[in-house]
Design a protein around this ligand. Sequence first.
Ligand SMILES: Cc1cc2nc3c(=O)[nH]c(=O)nc-3n(C[C@H](O)[C@H](O)[C@H](O)COP(=O)(O)OP(=O)(O)OC[C@H]3O[C@@H](n4cnc5c(N)ncnc54)[C@H](O)[C@@H]3O)c2cc1C
Length: 448
Amino acid sequence: MAHQDESRAEAAELPAHVTPRRVVIVGGGFAGLFAARALRRAPVAVTLLDRRSHHLFQPLLYQCAAGILSEGQIAQPLRAVLRRHHNVSCLLAEATDVDAGARVVHARRPDGSELALPYDDLIVAVGMRQSYFGHDEFAEHAPGMKTLNDALDIRRRLYRAFEMAETAADPEERRQWLTFALVGGGPTGVELAGQIREIAGHTLDREFRTINPAEARVLLFEGSDEVLGAFGRPLTQRAARTLESLGVELRLGTRVTGVDAHGLDVLDRDGTTTRFAARTVLWTAGVEAPPIAAALARATGAQTDRAGRIAVQPDLTLPGHPEIRVTGDVMGLDRLPGLAEVAMQTGAYAGRHVRHSVEGRKKKPRPFRYLDLGSAAYICRGRAVVKVGRLHLSGFLGWLVWLLIHLAFLTGFRSRIGAVLSWSVVFASGARRERAFGTPEGPAAGKG
Ligand SMILES: Cc1cc2nc3c(=O)[nH]c(=O)nc-3n(C[C@H](O)[C@H](O)[C@H](O)COP(=O)(O)OP(=O)(O)OC[C@H]3O[C@@H](n4cnc5c(N)ncnc54)[C@H](O)[C@@H]3O)c2cc1C
């Protein structure tokens, strides 16, 4: 421990006997990572706490689920990403509570043991998790898309469905295995819908003997009247047309009221409930804050919105707690969207201002201003929609811009090279290398 303190003081160019200011960052997503990077040269000792050991590039989760990219291409060990940041220690543990008076974060390690981490500055960057709008029982049959485990679970369900259809003796059962239902018409739902039609029409072409994978039905349920609502017209209309030309059936203005292992119940605007038989249901609608956000709000008296986002002041601190900053998706400020770019900019801003205060700068920080760099959604090979300010791109040009944006932001040089190779193969031939999936261990495993 003494050795660690010395090396950290040395890294931060402090005399060995001076204890550096302790900064705890909770969450190693985009916001936490950019906060840690902004503190690289600061004379502080940073502890980056995450319940996972990797930084996850969530925008490409669906490509991992669809078998284009591997886990390693979208998830990098936090330690490896921050190896040159000598003042940062990574810690695998889940923050469970905050004592704002004593300035301590309580956390639980994977073996269940408890930790108490004192801080001088706290940066909270815990992101959001999937919400089932009060119906958590849907999760068992309709996984969300937030973590690496979710992506691998979805990959297993997608490819297993075709295998099950191939051996189903009953035509109705076969139809159910070949019907895929997606709930939520935001970027993730749209991207997954496009992927499933591509897998069915191109990747699995000529591989099966009793089924024709191209006959797979993909249904996309969305509560509003359009998909990709945040992109505005005309991109929403173009995206809808592209999806329909791929064979995706759009069911707009609908609300899912029930999900089980054999399908889902859907309520129309006119009050009619229809049952859709589908053995694969995927959920991409809605987010909510993780429990630690509510614990922080209780500890500090901070306000939260309906989804549990914590309201922050314009400098991202909490009222009455200038030492606590909240960043990224879990932060509630000016209705900023849950985008990677918002997380990166708020994380970097928070890290920078901790550094300025440690360096003794007296000037009050300028309020955070978000620089909107636009958003992009991939629909299928060679087609994407991109919105940057007033510039609206779609089709092949949109896809090229999508490609450049994702290459620029993907963490790690090797991941970028690997992604380019995988995308080239998929683009040229439709083939996907990452189709392997595990089967759950159970009492029957290994028998027969
Ligand atoms: C499928 C999908 C597709 C997306 N596509 C796009 C896109 O195309 N473009 C775009 O701009 N944005 C996209 N987003 C949104 C973008 O990924 C998020 O805005 C961004 O990841 C938010 O960053 P964050 O750091 O706030 O949270 P996250 O990236 O979610 O990171 C939060 C971190 O906190 C950790 N954590 C949570 N609770 C605790 C705890 N109690 N203790 C310790 N650690 C904890 C988590 O393990 C995680 O590592 C997408 C998101 C998803 C899920």
